[in-house]
Design a protein around this ligand. Structure first.
Ligand SMILES: [Zn+2]
Ligand SMILES: [Zn+2]
Length: 308
């Protein structure tokens, strides 16, 4: 997911840059298209409809989108249909051999910050099988488990990886919230998703499905709430501020802390942040819109903050 669409053209001439190749082909549908064309003899073009039939995808617009991404570097289009270029064939052989699709692995390393669950500063990071994980060595809490593309990880030290991950994660969330697919720039449909991997500690998450490429950007309600300007203001004005914390230290952001499903029909999810004895309650509806931010001090609303 989230391959870099601005990456340099890959596959033109040799040697191929593995990172660029992965970036361009880091998608199951595109790999399937290359493989399907590779099964045909060279110079035997395949018609669009015949090619589409061979790919496990129900949406012809999405299929067309991914096919176009392969033209002209890996796939050529003639009057008779689609065929692999010479670079495409070399690539198909290499992909079949696993040469360029191997994902980097980063051995466990120390991560700055404290565990939101137990408060201990014994966090450990790891990257394997395209997932970035942060676990707490003290209490065993699984803090973070996120699909991160290898391009974010490659050629970076663990410290650089942590910085890059934070920036990448914020950019993904902000784009999706603004209605822009982080992968292709297409429009997205916001919805509440309840079918979630067992290892993720949420009853429901926010999902922005792209209407163009099909990418589903999934994030916590806490991350949507945290980004809201009124919530940022709440934290800025208090000593127990989040502004000097890393993303993975914020329980609302990475865990289910302070997140309550208030209603399922229609959806209403509340996220609460606490600081200096005050509470900031954020309500998010089924369209993933922030409907209300209320700041409460000692059980009473704090009106001076609401105009901000
Ligand atoms: Zn812990
Ligand atoms: Zn998209």
């Amino acid at each position: 997911m989230a391959e870099d669409s601005n990456s340099p053209d890959a596959g033109v001439g040799d040697p191929l840059d593995p990172a660029a190749v992965f970036s361009s082909l880091g998608n199951e549908t595109r790999l399937s298209i290359v493989s399907a064309l590779h099964e045909e003899a060279p110079d035997t073009p395949v018609q669009f409809s015949a090619l589409y039939d061979r790919i496990d995808l129900d949406d012809s617009a999405q299929f067309n989108y991914h096919l176009k991404k392969l033209v002209p570097h890996f796939v050529t289009k003639t009057g008779d249909g689609y065929d692999l270029t010479a670079a495409g064939r070399r690539l198909a052989r290499a992909v079949a051999a696993g040469t360029y699709t191997e994902s980097p692995t980063v051995e466990p390393f120390d991560v700055d910050g404290a565990c939101y669950a137990c408060g201990e500063s014994r966090l450990r990071g790891e990257y394997a099988e395209e997932r970035f994980l942060i676990d707490c060595d003290a209490c065993g809490e699984s803090i973070l488990r996120v699909h991160v593309p290898p391009t974010v990880v490659r050629n970076r030290s663990p410290t650089e990886l942590l910085d890059a991950f934070e920036q990448w994660s914020i950019a993904q969330i902000e784009q999706a919230i603004d209605g822009i697919c982080p992968e292709c720039g297409g429009t997205v449909d916001p919805r509440v998703q309840t079918e979630i991997d067992d290892r993720i500690p949420f009853d429901a998450v926010a999902e922005y499905g792209c209407t163009v490429c099909g990418r589903r950007a999934v994030m916590s309600f806490g991350s949507i709430a945290y980004r809201h300007p009124d919530v940022q203001g709440f934290h800025r004005r208090r000593e127990a501020s989040f502004s000097d914390r890393r993303l993975w230290e914020i329980g609302q952001y990475v865990g289910g802390e302070g997140v309550t499903v208030r209603s399922r029909d229609p959806w209403l999810v509340q996220v609460t942040f606490l600081a200096d004895g005050d509470a900031c309650h954020v309500e998010i509806d089924g369209d993933l819109e922030v409907k209300r931010v209320e700041i409460v001090s000692d059980g009473a609303p704090a009106p001076e903050e609401e105009s901000d």
